[in-house]
Design a protein around this ligand. Sequence first.
Ligand SMILES: [Zn+2]
Length: 301
Amino acid sequence: MILIDTHCDTLSVMAGLGGDYNAPPQTITPERLRQGGVAAQICALFAGVEGPAGNPAGLARKQLAALRCFTDEGIRHIKEFSEIRDGSPSVMLSVEGGEVFEGSLESLHEYYEAGVRMCALTWNHENELGFPHCKDSEKPLKPFGWEAVREMNRLGMAVDVSHLGTGGFWDLIEHADKPPMASHSCCLAIQPKHTRNLSDDQIRALVERGGWIGINFCSAFLSDERATAFNIDRNIARIADLGGIKNVGFGSDFDGIPCNPIGVDGPHQFPNLLDTLGKRFSKEEVEGIAGLNFLEYARRL
Ligand SMILES: [Zn+2]
């Protein structure tokens, strides 16, 4: 079974940058990726907690260097979604916070050359591209945001709406050439306390556009209590009820969340989660959720 996880903050932890939480370091290790049967772990280059006011490009470079922690242990660094193979674990790069481009398309091209194939336009700060979910959420994408999105659409780099405000989200749904995706988000109808979770209308719109949603494993996004595999299952079921059984998968956020679910404490425990999903969903549906849905999405880029 091809298993894909579209978001983690492991590189920022390895680069000594922490994150917005005191995450336990290295939930994701080469050994655990092998144990869990993960075919592709997408690793974010995180712009940093200070956003554009910090040194986003410098921080991203440090994290790029940390990729060696995986490749030195025989994990492949792949640059194309088509290189994802069952039984051969790999890492891929994404960007979390478009401020790492420093307002330059040339810089975006450099990240593409380095293998970045997904970019969250914002983290929790306003940047050159647009506005986050937590401040001025309803404001539209900025002119450089559109320049970057057009270029990402042309290159086949996924446009990630996790952390983006609602204004930017609906702009992309209505006007982007390619379907956007949410690499690590959950359902607002299940956990309304988190403005980063997606409303039913947003989920339906992503499904209708041929987008994709990776469920975040952060307990606080899933539930009022410490989550279990059941809470992840419940979020996937809601997306399925909204028509998205072929548009959903995993975006664990491991190493970026303060509290992993019980029984899903790292990639080595993916088999537990797949067992839980197998009680509700068919074998084909579980294979889709595990990775095939994402590969189908990638073919639409
Ligand atoms: Zn995030």
